[in-house]
Design a protein around this ligand. Sequence first.
Ligand SMILES: [Mg+2]
Length: 737
Amino acid sequence: MLDLRIKKHRPLLVSVGIFITIFCACLYFISLSNTNFKQNQRLLLSGMARSQAAEIERNLSLSLTSTQILAHQISIDYEKVNHFESYAQTIMQSFEGISSIQLAPEGIIRYIYPLQGNESALGLDILNHPKYGEAAQLAIAERRMIVIGPVKLVQGDIAVISRTPIFTKTSNGNEQFWGFASALIMLTPLLEKTGIHQLEEEGYTIQIQRRHTDSKQTFDFYQSPTELDKNAAVEADITLPTGAWTLTLSHNITSVLHTRTLNMLFVALLLSSICSLSLYNILIRPIRLQKEVNAKTLELKELAFRDPLTGLPNRRFLNDHFPNIIKEIVANKSLGAFIYFDLDNFKSINDTIGHDVGDQMLASIADRLERNKDHDDIVLRLGGDEFAIIVPSLVSHEELKRKAEAILHNTQQSLSIRHRDFKQSTSLGITLIPDHGTQVLELMQYADVALYEAKRRGKNQYVIFDDSMHKQSVDTHNEEMALARALERDELVLHFQPQFDLSLNKIVGAEALVRWKHPDKGLVYPDSFIPLAEQSGQILALGNRVIEKSFEYLAYREALGLYPILLHINLSSLQLNDPNLVPFVKSMVQTYNIPGHYIGFEITETTLLTDINHAKETLEELKSLGICIAIDDFGTGFSSLGQLKNLPVDLLKIDRSFVWDLERDKDDRMIVEAIIAMAHKLDIMVIAEGVESNAQLNMLREFHCDLGQGYFISRPIPQEQFNDFPESITLNDLLDA
Ligand SMILES: [Mg+2]
């Protein structure tokens, strides 16, 4: 179950996995890229900070040198103190940022340039000053320049004081402390000169601080208006004669980093989404395809189980589903039924009014059956006008009878198609499940037997199968098998009834009539086995056997040197509609080397009417082989002589019912005379069948009937007897016979 669920959602899970993997990889890449970016920025800043610190250091050193220069001058010749102002002026002009220069002989400030504004410093005792004293002592002790500050001046500026001790040589060559040369160096102009503001304008932040060597306390004496960015801040030292300052340089990359990160996240999200969606699409495609195929297969399966004309389940549905329904009925120990039916005389509707009307009628009846069925019942169309209803659950036999009567009643209601009203009836054969069987074939066969019985009893009724019918069905089955064996074992023989030329008084032809030499029953006549052959689908094989036997006989006669005859063979409607008929006849002509004009085919009017156009085509093809076309039983059907004009007919066979009463019935005489006269006008010869008396023969001769056939001339006789039949016969021969 879990496996199935995982399998079902696998594309989604895989795609989510791919999304997470790609997104994580992107995050790693973003972090790597940001680190790189920061490192690059720091490298760049580091270079800049070092060069900026060096620049400050250089400028400051230069300015600090001012006191050393002054100290040097004084140490060489302290008389130069008298020219202090001019020295100081020169120095101030030469070095940047120096605000004032002082000289403090013996540590007390006596000279200041410029004096104006600095008067308060005059007389300041540096060595004993609480703030500067210690540093001054150190400078003397180490004989080097010291830098004090940076300090915040009263006016707000930041400055450093450079103080160099001055030593002069005594007469004995020793050096002795003379005083201090000091300079007040303003940092603002000095820093300005190093291009610090330019950097600030470019977005850099600078902080300069001094860290006290011992206390580690810091004093920030320069700070750009913008805040330092901790993400990208680098430090560089500014080395001074005493101690060092720290320059911190930063550039605001946090917002740049944010923007970069957001952009890259967006790209990562997009990339992960595209990849995972593409993959999902690829993975889902076979599933979608499978779904489509399944849906299509289901649809086709549905279609395969439906009859396209009526939309009802079809025979395939029956074969597929009926066994399960039967199983359920048996398992539930309930009662079911199979109702099998077709429409009485439906074939004539198709044949006479047309297949499209027939189809509409079937569709309407199917609709009516479907609408009036009970809930569980399944109405099926099995093909043609064959329908069936499966009743999966029956309460009683009365219920079944009510259903059967309802079907009969519903089918009988008139139907209006193309402004014409039609009335139909149906016959029902019913089997009970499981009483009559639990196999589909069995139930269908018995239902068919019951249906046959319903038709036999006069149609428009229902018959429920019973065991007596079973015997009948077994008998029918046995008979069918026997007929199949008869064809196999060649038990069929031909008898011949001579046809007599009334004017020439000689035998010109014969009608071949099939007989079955049944091993048990003896000679069986076609009335008994032709319907069986039709019902079991053996009629074509039987018909072809008769044709072949006829050709065989003609070849035999020729070989014996007997007089030539025109042999007539009866052709059923199924044979006439058989597309293999003409090729078969052609093959017979070739095999037995018998020209077509020795063969005639007798076709009844009703046979012709099933599909007159097709019949015409077939007859014309047969005619082209020289075969004589005869219309059998003429006068009993619906055809007129006018219709025959369009068909390739050579011979009319007047039905025996007209000949029978020729002596007594005036109407029959007139009809026969008229038929003969009209046929002759159409160049069609006439043969009368059922001639049983001399009077009939004479009358037919009077009407100029061409040929005659009947007991008066001869009964149908076996082959050996017919071989001996004389060609010419007189009236006396016939009367004697
Ligand atoms: Mg016939």
